[in-house]
Ligand binder design. Structure first.
Ligand SMILES: NC(=O)c1ccc[n+]([C@@H]2O[C@H](COP(=O)([O-])OP(=O)(O)OC[C@H]3O[C@@H](n4cnc5c(N)ncnc54)[C@H](O)[C@@H]3O)[C@@H](O)[C@H]2O)c1
Length: 330
């Protein structure tokens, strides 16, 4: 029998990383997850520890990375990803996008592995083009509060493309738009867990600004399918993966009120600096190159996600943020 394919997934204990671990175990790969648990949680992957083909390294990828044996693929998903996280740990965010990516590209080169990086719609900043195609260069405030994340990701794309061009490394770049599903952290500041958490605690739902800003939400299984197809494709340019179904944040709050049956109301607070006004992926490329498009509608995805949040222990519901970054801040 041919050797099993091996894959290293950084950020493997996080929201997206853990779903990717599940998918590649199900596909029959040997999966190595690597994570320093700064925003992730071992609970997301504890069900995988019984698999002979799964292993976990507790490691910070911004430091030198070594993994023995062969590696066929690397998925680099390690990075704080929510505004609350990267505003609290801005230096770590810049380091994992730059030093971490450099370390992993070096590893990929040594192992002759193909590397896919998790980029983001944030590379488009507060976009002046709508919807956003991969050809749009973006509108990012480098020194604004989101700059640490956006520029880390833009650098990550640039160095990945340089390794592809100058070293002939096989690379893939996915630009992920807002994705949701089970294993998001309730208090990570992203709008969907924030609304559901407020509804479950019996609090009013907080909308920042007048609620007219738009977002497009992709269910996690659709994203994982898109990433799987992109990894196995032969395309090295950036590809948007997201759900183009756009909704205003005001309408979205109403959907959550209906879903949860909460009696609370929507309250409004000032919009944070540099908050993007519109976000909607143009997925023509993914459709054409990968024959991919999202399949899970918002009603179904939200129902599954709500069931997950309802099943969490009550103390998590009332913890303001179960993450303590104290020991990581240098
Ligand atoms: N969820 C989304 O909607 C979304 C959108 C765009 C891009 N992304 C990207 O996808 C990736 C995963 O995001 P997520 O939503 O799962 O966030 P997450 O916070 O749940 O997962 C990130 C994981 O990376 C780990 N990590 C962070 N820094 C590390 C380091 N230096 N060394 C090792 N591990 C480290 C964290 O502990 C965590 O487990 C990120 O790169 C993010 O930028 C996510």
């Amino acid at each position: 029998m041919a050797d099993k394919k091996t894959i290293l997934i950084t950020g493997g204990a996080g929201f997206l990383g853990s779903h990717l671990c599940d998918r590649f175990i199900a596909e029959g790969y040997k999966v190595t997850a690597m994570d320093n648990l700064i925003t992730g949680d071992l609970r997301n992957i504890e069900h995988l520890f019984r698999h002979a083909d799964f292993e976990f390294y507790h490691h910070d990828v911004s430091k030198f990375v070594h993994v023995p044996g062969k590696i066929d693929y690397i998925l680099h998903f390690a990075s704080p990803a929510s505004p609350i996280d990267y505003l609290k740990i801005p230096i770590q965010t810049l380091k994992v996008g730059s030093l971490g990516t450099h370390n992993l590209l070096g590893l990929a080169r040594a192992k002759k592995a193909r590397m896919l990086i998790a980029s983001t719609s944030e590379v488009y900043g507060d976009p002046t083009v709508h919807p956003q195609t991969e050809e749009y260069y973006g509108n990012v405030n480098t020194v604004g509060p989101r700059g640490v994340y956006d520029e880390a990701k833009r650098f990550q794309e640039a160095i990945t493309m340089a390794y592809h061009t100058y070293h002939g490394l096989e690379t893939r770049i996915v630009r992920i738009f807002n994705t949701y599903g089970p294993r998001m952290r309730l208090n990570d500041g992203r709008v969907l867990p924030a609304f559901i958490g407020q509804a479950l605690r019996g609090e009013d739902l907080t909308v920042f600004g007048d609620g007219s800003q738009t977002r497009s939400f992709c269910y996690v299984d659709d994203l994982v399918e898109g990433i799987h197809r992109l990894l196995l494709s032969d395309y090295s340019g950036p590809v948007n993966i997201g759900n183009p179904s756009e909704i205003t944040i005001g309408e979205f709050a109403e959907e959550i009120i209906k879903l949860t049956g909460t009696k609370q109301k929507v309250i409004y607070q000032p919009l944070p600096k540099d908050d993007p006004k519109q976000r909607q992926p143009d997925i023509t490329k993914a459709r054409k190159l990968l024959n991919w498009e999202p399949k899970v509608g918002r009603a179904e995805g939200l129902r599954i996600t709500y069931e997950y949040f309802k099943s969490l222990p009550r103390e998590l519901l009332f913890a303001r943020d179960h993450k303590d970054f104290g020991s990581y801040i240098k």
